[in-house]
Structure formats: C-alpha cells, structure tokens
Write a protein that binds this ligand. Sequence first.
Ligand code: PLP
Length: 391
Amino acid sequence: MSRNDNDPSSLHPATRLIRSGRDGDLTGPFVNPPVVHASTVLFDTVANMRPGGQRYGYGRQGTPTIEALEQAVSELEGAAGAVLCPSGLNAVSTALLSVLASGDHLLMADNVYGPSRDLAKSVLARLGIETTFFDPRDIDALPSHFRHNTRAVYVESPGSLTFEMTDIPKVAAIAHQRGARVIADNTWATPLLFRPLQAGADLAVVAGTKYLSGHSDVMIGTVAAAPDSWSQLKATHQALGLCVGPDDIYLTLRGLRTMAVRLERHQKTALALAQFLKGRPEVERVLYPALSDDSGHAIWQRDMSGASGLFGVVFAGWSGEKTAVFLEALRLFGLGYSWGGFESLAIPAHLHRSAMAMPPQAALIRLHAGLEDADDLIADLTQAFTVVAEL
Ligand SMILES: *Cc1c(COP(=O)(O)O)cnc(C)c1O
C-alpha cells in the first residue's frame, strides 16, 4: 500500500475508522479536511455552469467538507454511496421516502425508535403509504404480513428501549424474494460493530447524533446505500434539499476518529453495570444482547463484533413513582434524551407497541454507560437503590 493509497477494504474496522474519507485531493497536506462555509460557488466559464461542468457547483450539492464525511461513512458501511442529513430522524425519513411511493405498503418492526413509528403513522399515511407493524422476533411469520404492494421492510436491531435483536440476513432474504427493500436503523451498533448492507440490507440509517459525533453537541444523520438503491437515495436527498452545516460535519468527522476506543470503553462499562444490576434483588431483567442469557444473544454474537453502551433495566414490580425516585436519586447519570456522548444518562421508558406484548413499562428504564469510571457509576446506582429502600 502506498502512502496515499486509501483503499480501506483490506483493513480492520478500527484502522478504517482512521483512514476513511481522507482524500488527499480534498485535504492537501493537512490531516483534516477544510471546513468550507459555502452557498455560492464561482465558475470560470458559462460552459462550466452546466451540470457536470466542474466538481463543485453549489453549497448544498457538495463541498470538500461534505464529501469527506460522506466518503468516510460510505467506506465504513461498505456502501455504493452515503448522504448526510440534518438529524437521525431525517435520515430515517429520507431513507423511507427514497424507496416508497403513494399506494405502497410498508412493514415496520414494532420495536423501532418511537418517532420513526410516528412518521409512518402521520406523514407516510397522509401520502397514501400504509404501514403494518410486525413482531421482529418472529421472522418466520414475516412472509404472512406481505401484500402485493409491500415495497419495504424497516427494522432496528436491537430495538429501541426493549433491545430485541432481529435476524437481518433472514429479513433481507424474505424481502428480496418478494421485491421489497430492507432499511435498517443501525444507530446502536454503528457501522463499526455491524454493517447492515453486508448483511443484506439495502439502506443503512445511523443517527450520527449518538456515537459518530459522540459528544452530545451535534444533530446529524447518515444514510448509506447498496448499489441498487444508491441513485434513488441520492436523487431523493437532493430533491428534498437536505444539507448539514460544515461545523457539525467537521465535529462528526472528529468524533468518528475516536469511535473505536470510545465504543470499547462504553461496552466494557455497560457490561460491568449490567452484571451488577443482574445481581440486585430489585432487578427483574437486564435487556442487553451482549449478556449470554439475553434472548437476542445468539444473533448478536453471530452478526455483531461488539456492543455499545445502551441497555434496558426492568425493576421487579416497581411502580412508576418508585422508578422516578430511583432516577432522580442518581447523581452521575443525567436525566436526558439522546445518548452516545461521553456522559452517562438515564430515562424512564415510554413505549409504543402494537404487535408485541408490552413489558411492564412503569418499571423499565434505559441507561447509557458513559466514559466515567465504572466503579463510580456502580456506587451511584447503589446509593439510588438505598434511597428507594428508605421510601
Ligand atoms: C436518536 C435516534 C434516532 C433519531 O436521531 P436524531 O438525531 O435524534 O433525530 C433514530 N434512530 C434511533 C435508533 C435513535 O436512537
């Protein structure tokens, strides 16, 4: 490999994370790409103003900063191409709008991120796209949900708040046989630990707001496409007029370079917290596919090369009030939405399910293991249990 050869395919994921998107033509001798603030791009000639006349034509359509992150994501995902969106939820809507049209039917896993579900029930429904929610643990039953007009299957593995794993290769085989595309929200694993396109999905969505940027200071989303879905994704993204500010792209690229070491630590701490919680009499179940007795462990072990730091905890018979006292007693875990940053977080679960049995929602919380010392976090959980015991 020459000094400037950036072919990533033969490299391990952690090395790819460092090398990807670093096109010498964009960065020159610098390690990082320029942060280009641009709307207008100037042309030398009228002829060059025609489509394809010069490499850059307008700020929304591409800059060296945009290309650096798009290339990085595309290489990490093993994709034909990738686009950047102003939030993770917008990456979800862009992926869905790139494959669906009025009159189509969508199959959506019952355990997806709540706002993805709301999107299907509001905007997609208004456009004449009907959605059926299915139980993603029972893929043998998936063929029975197909209709003549089913064009897409949307999954998220592990699922939001309840962390069930989905057999994506199996979903892809079933969907492709029936002419439907598969969209996978891969925010939990990131393309470092799982590559949905290699497992058969057509589009991979990531809320870069979480681990890619990794510091709780950016809203961004990415969609990567397999060859057959790329031109439609790119055209939809362009038609919708989507773009992301250069500073947020730069922060995401900066975050990406350290994602492997961060995820290693997030996983190690999450496992320590999960083991601790499993040993507590107040805890009924810990929902984390990296645990050997988790119902999704076999699929997780087969498909993913690691776990991130987000998991669920079900307390034994606790009321919502008791759960709230526990959450408010925590000092190192902030109460806040989103995750994937350096800090530990906790939230009470608000679940929306229609095809799966609802777990005891009042007793369910979600924890994000941050980059603090695990012993300090365990001490924090211990003192919160003591506060609840004194109720
Ligand atoms: C947070 C999240 C999103 C949405 O990302 P935003 O950047 O907050 O819009 C989508 N999917 C999953 C699984 C998420 O956790």
